[in-house]
Ligand binder design. Structure first.
Ligand code: GAP
Length: 454
């Protein structure tokens, strides 16, 4: 059973330190969230899993971490200055603002008034000044997608690595959009993270690679614990395609508020490199691009056999980290009725995503011998570098189990008075709640095997 409501999930996230409203003590800023002690661990683990699958487990992808502040020239050439907008409607009676797709039957969704403005385009990019003088002459955008920085670094990466087509550049980082109506917790926010791969291929091989990447990405989400039956794959209709896309496949997920996009996989053709390259006239660019008189870089690759220069096509799997975290929390969230009639809440994360991998619990709070033994075991497990291991020195074993079920800790290890005599401890499994007694010397290898499994 997945979470019933977003409110239920949001309440657990706040109570247990996953996610907080940003700027909360001053009333909060809409569409912004902060990740707390457990949220940052979960988010980092998800990003690590993506980086591993995209970069370490392949030989044809390199990583990048480029700047967030972006020159207006980049976002002019990419088409964002002219087209990255949502149609905005104002309600003249209650002053609320809506994206036009949220308004049905010409009535304000809030006060139902029909006294509405016509839709007008609202550009979603944030601007800021560069340098000390705020004269508007020198501004930058906060990037609305991480992708553009990959395209403009195409030659830098190509020249410094041994790649030929097909190859890719991966990046994880912040993106910013001044969403008209941020909503649904961390689903639609104004500051978020993307995990994007731009995979450069020969023209003609693009459609095959589009299929390959769609299958790989669906498989990856399933490996993160997303149930296949909660995923739908849709072909974005031609009238809804982004300006750069020849075809886009969306991986849709059944979020608590409905079926919505988790990741998009777009065929961006040669639009972006073609738009940012110099010497456009000498290259056979297929997409309709803006003239470029300012670029100093030839974003093309020479065919080894024909010696002809070509602008590669691009397949782009682009996933939202925050939407990923939300989907994973939703999948993991379970309420179970136990045989004794009591209810427990459990987050059954895959072990590699769990914020805390194991809790070592001395049976009696502040008992010197038990605590000392617990610290020794915690230190040896922490040294394995599989993620965070904590000491839980509350002295209340039932409460400790409940807390660690609710934050998704796969293993709890209790150090009791027998441990001092016979060098054994109890290991409890989060999902089955089964307990077994293991020798302390066996615990590190048991832990490694358990946490290493996906
Ligand atoms: N570079 C392509 C691109 O940015 P997109 O469909 O606009 O395409 C990609 O965004 C992904 O980024 C989405 O599938 C979603 O997961 C995430 N995303 C987009 N806007 C978001 C927002 N306002 N809040 C949270 N995540 C967002």
């Amino acid at each position: 059973m997945t979470a019933k409501t977003m409110e239920e999930l949001g309440a657990l996230c706040k109570r247990r330190g996953f996610i907080f409203q940003s700027n909360e003590i001053y009333g909060g800023l809409q569409g912004l969230y902060d990740y707390g002690p457990l949220g940052i661990e979960l988010k980092n683990n998800l990003k690590k899993a993506w980086w591993s699958a995209m970069v370490y487990e392949r030989d044809d992808v390199e990583g990048l971490d480029a700047s967030i502040l972006t020159s207006p020239q980049v976002l002019k050439q990419s088409g964002h200055e002219s087209t990255f907008s949502d149609p905005l409607i104002d309600c003249k009676d209650c002053q609320s603002r809506w994206r036009s797709d949220e308004v049905s039957q010409n009535a304000c969704p809030s006060c139902h008034s029909k006294n509405l403005t016509d839709p007008r385009p609202f550009n979603l990019m944030f601007k800021t000044n560069i340098g000390p003088v705020e004269d508007g002459g020198s501004f930058a955008y906060l990037r609305p997608e991480t992708a553009q920085q990959i395209f403009i670094n195409f030659k830098n990466v190509l020249d410094s690595t041994p790649h030929h087509l097909p190859f890719g550049i991966a990046q994880i980082g912040k993106a910013f959009r001044n969403e008209i109506t941020p909503r649904n917790f961390i689903f639609r926010v104004r500051e978020f993270e993307q995990m994007e791969l731009e995979f450069f291929v020969e023209k003609g091989a693009d459609e095959d690679w589009h299929k390959i990447w769609t299958d790989l990405r669906v498989g990856w989400w399933i490996d993160q614990g997303i149930n296949k039956k909660n995923i739908e794959i849709i072909n974005v209709s031609s009238d809804e395609l982004a300006h750069y896309s020849k075809a886009t496949i969306d991986i849709m997920y059944k979020f608590p508020h409905g079926l919505e996009e988790l990741e998009g996989i777009a065929n961006r053709t040669d639009f972006d490199l073609g738009s940012h390259t110099k010497e456009q006239q000498d290259l056979k660019i297929n997409a309709q691009v803006l003239d470029n008189k300012n670029s100093n870089s030839k974003l093309a690759i020479q065919n080894k056999d024909t010696k002809e220069w070509q602008v590669p096509y691009v397949i782009e799997p682009s996933a939202g980290v925050d939407r990923g975290v939300l989907a994973i929390l939703n999948e993991a969230f379970k309420k179970e009725t136990l045989s004794n009639g009591k209810e427990r809440t459990v987050l059954s994360f895959k072990p590699h995503l769990a914020p805390i991998k194991a809790a070592v619990i001395p049976l009696k709070r502040n008992n010197e011998k038990l605590v000392e033994q617990a610290i020794t075991l915690k230190t040896s497990l922490q040294k394995l570098k599989l993620g965070r291991v904590v000491i839980e020195n509350s002295g209340n074993i039932g409460k400790s189990y409940r807390r660690h079920d609710e934050i998704g800790t796969p293993l709890c290890i209790t150090i009791d008075f027998d441990t001092i005599d016979d060098h054994t401890a109890t290991i409890r499994d989060r999902d089955t709640m089964e307990q077994q007694r293991l020798n302390l010397d066996e615990i590190p290898s048991y832990f490694s095997k358990y946490i290493g499994k996906t």
